[in-house]
Design a protein around this ligand. Structure first.
Ligand SMILES: Nc1ncnc2c1ncn2[C@@H]1O[C@H](COP(=O)(O)OP(=O)(O)O)[C@@H](O)[C@H]1O
Ligand SMILES: [Mg+2]
Length: 265
């Protein structure tokens, strides 16, 4: 049985652009032919539907309660003229607060249901901010974790805490994305700072997946509640996410080579 790859998207700090990256990456990977499910694992404050301007994001609560099968719990997000251009979304209703008092076992239960979804190549888990047990539980159960940070010093310290706790709970070394950078040079400097701290204290560090520039198109797409790639296909942020999607696919294909990403770039 072919099981989907579980790719978590986390950050530690809030507001680094996890949901923007998750929705844009879902579209970019679908465009590359992957069958994608985007799962809003920000259970307390889910907002992928708000980003995408959708009236509903499926029935995550029903799935967890055992009332709804996965195929009935998802909604289709169109991302182009053809059916294959889109991706599926699984979310609790935004603003419901349905999971405000969930217990930690929810991560393990949800992941075990998602693992059997043979009709997807990859499931993206858009995590909440923070490093609480549920969030880190999702990251620990995932096959890979993308760590979204920004050049903001607080994002860097929170990213370091995220890596430290992820390794402690048995997760694999994450892949770093630097969002809202003024330039690719600044994105690399930010990644270098994280690498240095992680190597000094953890003896290992994330691989660098790429930078996404600070781009007014990203803000405009979120304000207009439309998918970034549909609204601004040529925008710098859209192009950067597409490059990250390409590297992520290459990384998956070469993951057995230790320094695969460095050679791929
Ligand atoms: N590349 C970018 N360029 C400019 N602004 C961005 C970019 N990415 C995110 N933002 C801004 O950051 C805000 C938070 O993004 P969001 O994806 O909701 O973060 P998170 O899910 O990490 O809380 C957005 O509303 C948007 O204004
Ligand atoms: Mg978010």
């Amino acid at each position: 049985m072919k099981t989907p790859k579980l790719t978590a998207i986390g950050s530690g700090k809030g507001g680094t652009g996890k949901t923007l990256v998750a929705t844009a990456l879902a579209a970019a990977l679908a465009g590359r032919g992957e069958r994608i499910l985007l799962c809003d694992a920000d259970l307390g404050l889910s907002n992928t539907t708000v980003h995408l301007g959708l009236p509903a994001g499926g029935d995550l609560i029903g799935l967890l309660a055992g009332r709804t099968a996965l195929c009935e719990a998802v909604v289709r997000v169109k991302n182009g003229p053809q059916a294959k251009d889109g991706f599926d979304l699984l979310s609790a209703p935004s603003g419901s607060g349905a999971f405000a008092n969930f217990d930690e076992s929810v991560a393990a239960r949800l992941v075990s249901k998602l693992r059997n979804a043979e009709n997807y190549d990859r499931i993206l888990l858009d995590l909440s901010a923070g490093v609480d047990a549920t969030t880190m539980g999702f990251a620990a159960h995932a096959d890979e974790t993308l760590l979204v940070m920004t050049p903001d010093p607080a994002a860097l310290t929170d990213a370091y805490a995220f890596v430290k706790i992820l390794l402690r709970v048995g997760g694999s070394r994450p892949l770093a994305i630097v969002n809202m950078a003024e330039s690719e040079a600044e994105a690399r400097r930010t990644n270098d700072a994280l690498t240095k701290t992680c190597r000094a204290f953890l003896k290992t560090s994330p691989d660098y997946l790429g930078g996404i520039p600070r781009d007014f198109h990203a803000v405009a797409a979120i304000r207009q509640q439309r998918a970034l790639a549909l609204l601004f296909p040529q925008a710098p942020a859209t192009q950067a996410v597409e490059a990250i999607a390409r590297r992520l696919c290459e990384y998956g294909a070469r993951r057995h080579a230790p320094d695969a990403l460095q050679r791929a770039r």
